[in-house]
Design a protein around this ligand. Structure first.
Ligand SMILES: [Zn+2]
Length: 280
């Protein structure tokens, strides 16, 4: 799933190309595309796109009167459509924004999950669904703030980083990379982390996000997950670039925890989900 850096670079590209364009119409293409009924999406018709932004793992299309908040989930993408290539029923199409200059942006979703969606939100979207309850963006907190947030919601660190309520914008890949950079076990309880750990985590968050952002900004479109930079994510069996130990993995139904025993767990190999309660 695209995370903060991929979405940030995506928003920047779209902003550069579409800010100032007037919306002719917004068209949901599936029954589940638009998650809100009020205000009507037509409120944005005839208004200029003020900017394309990002909050957490959401894209924001701000039309002044109304903001479209878009979640791509796993397989969603925003495709650019030139004037002569806008089929009425595009394959995998979810919703379309058509501009009065003839261009359009098409939200597509690969696969059959149908979970990508659009919220039309009046006023400041912060604090309103779907952004309601999101923690601050992961790259916006200092160590003291992060330590407070970590202690507020005691969870395993890897799960906490992915949760969106503590901090927003991180997913499975960056959680793996951040735990590795901070030299912390993915299973350590956030209630046990110290000020020094919080400092290491803030450094790791910034380094991981900046590395991905630099890569992503150098591209013309969003990367696929296999291309994204990193040291441990999906690198089970490879040598750790820091210490040379073998990267290990713990498999879960919908994600994998990848880590380096020497760097992160004092050499201990983590067991699977069912026995991990015995590990400290
Ligand atoms: Zn290592």
């Amino acid at each position: 799933m695209p995370e903060l850096p991929e979405l940030q670079a995506h928003a920047e590209r779209l902003d550069e190309r579409y800010a100032g364009a007037m919306l002719a119409r917004f068209t949901p293409l599936t029954f589940t595309a638009l998650k809100t009924a009020v205000p009507p999406a037509t409120d944005a018709h005839g208004h200029d796109l003020v900017f394309v932004g990002r909050r957490g793992k959401y894209l924001l299309f701000d039309f002044g009167t109304l903001t479209f908040v878009v979640h791509l989930m796993q397989g969603g993408r925003i495709r650019e459509e030139p004037p002569d290539k806008q089929p009425a029923k595009p394959k995998t199409g979810v919703a379309r924004w058509t501009f009065d200059d003839g261009r359009a942006l098409l939200l597509t979703e690969a696969g059959t999950e149908r979970r990508a969606g659009v919220w039309a939100v009046g006023g400041d979207p912060e604090g309103q669904p779907p952004l309601e309850g999101l923690g601050p963006d992961a790259d916006s907190v200092d160590p003291a703030h992060l330590l407070t947030l970590l202690h507020e919601r005691p969870m395993r660190l890897h799960g906490w980083l992915r949760d969106q309520h503590g901090v927003a914008g991180l997913g499975r890949r960056l959680a793996n990379e951040i735990c590795h950079r901070a030299k912390l076990s993915p299973y350590v309880s956030t209630s046990k982390l110290s000020a020094a750990d919080a400092e290491a985590l803030v450094e790791a968050i910034h380094a991981s996000i900046n590395e991905s952002l630099a890569y992503e900004r150098g591209r013309d479109d969003m990367s696929s997950s296999a291309d994204r930079p990193g040291s441990v994510h999906h690198r089970e069996g490879d040598a750790c670039p820091v210490c040379g130990d073998t990267i290990r993995a713990v498999e879960y139904r919908s994600y994998t925890i990848d880590y380096c025993p020497t760097c992160q767990t004092g050499g201990k190999v983590l067991a699977d989900n069912t026995t991990s309660k015995f590990l400290k």
